[in-house]
Design a protein around this ligand. Sequence first.
Ligand code: FAD
Ligand code: NAD
Length: 473
Amino acid sequence: MKEFDVVVIGGGPAGYVAAIRSAQLGLSTALVDEYVGKDGKHALGGTCLNAGCIPSKALLDSSEHYHRVKHKFGSHGITATGLTLDVSKMIERKDKIVSTLTKGVAGLFKKNKITWLQGHGRLELGMKVRVSPVAGEGEEEVVQAKHIILATGSVPRTLPNLTIDQEKVVDSTGALEFKEVPKRLGVIGAGVIGLELGSVWSRLGAEVVVLEAMDDFLAMTDEQIAAEALKEFKRQGLDIHLGARVNKADVSGAGVVVDYEDAEGEHQLEVDKLVVAVGRKPHTDGLNSTEVDLFVDESGYIHVDEFCCTNIPDIYAIGDVVRGPMLAHKGSEEGIMVAERIAGKKTRVNHDTIPWVIYTWPEIAWVGKTEKALKKEAREFQSGTFPMRASGRALAMEETVGLVKVITDAGTDEILGVHIFGAAASELIAEAVVAMEYKASAEDLACIVHAHPTMSEAVHEAALGVHKRSLHI
Ligand code: FAD
Ligand code: NAD
């Protein structure tokens, strides 16, 4: 039986990063992964690289280019005639990016001498992992581990009266594979996936209707930002219905007929395709044999402490399969922490400074607390905002929608949260993460020189605004 210092189950951004860091630290490492791509071959990278972060961003970029040429270039004095759209080429480009990255991870495994075991991993008594082939090839094998890291990720949630057929009713994976632009597209859930993938197909010309069960839009974001974003997305053509609960969908006709209910009563919506984006759930199916007493909580998450230790000594769990936001970078940082702690280091992850980004256009990004959360804690705070329309760079780019908000402690001025809606918010938020990690105050941020003209000046101005010192508004 082969023996390893570390065996990781799951090759997404949590697991593969944990494996690379373990190998860098001199630990003999194997990683088991069962993912099989649409070409029928095993691929590393998990949801993120194969059917999540990367393919969705590839399509978001392509669709934004198309939308810009069609609707935004005119004011710059640029006219394009004979504009065409080749969806299959767009999907091909996306697939190529995915394959470059997943092959890149395989290359990193080779370089770091990590053993890639292809198949389903099952935890057995005595720190053993049974690897069973999933694609009908190969032989079952059992490996022995000194340490095991569980990184089995998450899968889409479904609704009771809906069957995902990946043709007419699709989840996020199916919504990345349409062969043509649907005329009418329904989306259930105005969460991160609903907004990102709804935006892709809306920019390409689909009429998109989004049904969201909650009365609040993007409840986890700053209220002011959420209100601005809702206004802007509706202006862009996303037909977002809040407080709309879907009961069932009928696929017997040519399209899909969705029955939903809101405060005004019952309604029917007819669409060509329906995307179900109602959240994701931790994936632990078939992960442990019954003798292994792994503690999984009532929501299906593997229970861990702040260092990602499970209830079983030397077995850790990281990424989407444990508490905290389901974000690739959160999983990767947990992977690094666990590998380093196995190697005897004292690493920890600061869960308070994990940034969120929603890749709509404009983007929404934030780190830290919202005003709503601080009010709930009865913590006194102050805030400064700066609208993008007052930024010279934003005007030059014709990207004047949105704002930056900096929230600080009323007594110490320590930054407690930064919330951005605007072009390049995904990049701007990094400055806020560094500032918060170093416990900077708004005054610290205000004292730092920001290049002119850049969008980052809006962050500077919002920090100045906390003390009513903004210069350009
Ligand atoms: P996963 O990436 O889910 O990987 C788990 C892997 O384990 C999979 O390959 C799975 O096949 C394998 N596995 C499971 N069980 C077993 C087993 N028993 N044996 C062997 N293998 C097993 N996050 C961001 O931060 N930014 C984004 O822009 C972003 N965009 C997204 C867009 C979409 C459409 C989706 C669906 C998700 C997006 N996410 C994004 C979320 C992100 O993909 C996840 O947070 C991330 O992939 C979680 O990483 P993970 O390693 O924990 O799990
Ligand atoms: P989500 O939790 O962001 O949104 C799901 C939405 O569906 C919620 O607003 C919920 O109220 C709504 N909903 C639930 N049941 C419903 C019903 N019956 N009818 C109508 N609406 C209903 O989940 P998601 O968009 O599926 O994404 C899953 C996770 O994947 C995200 O939470 C995030 O962690 C991750 N993700 C991240 C990114 C990113 O970082 N940019 C992108 C995509 C996904």
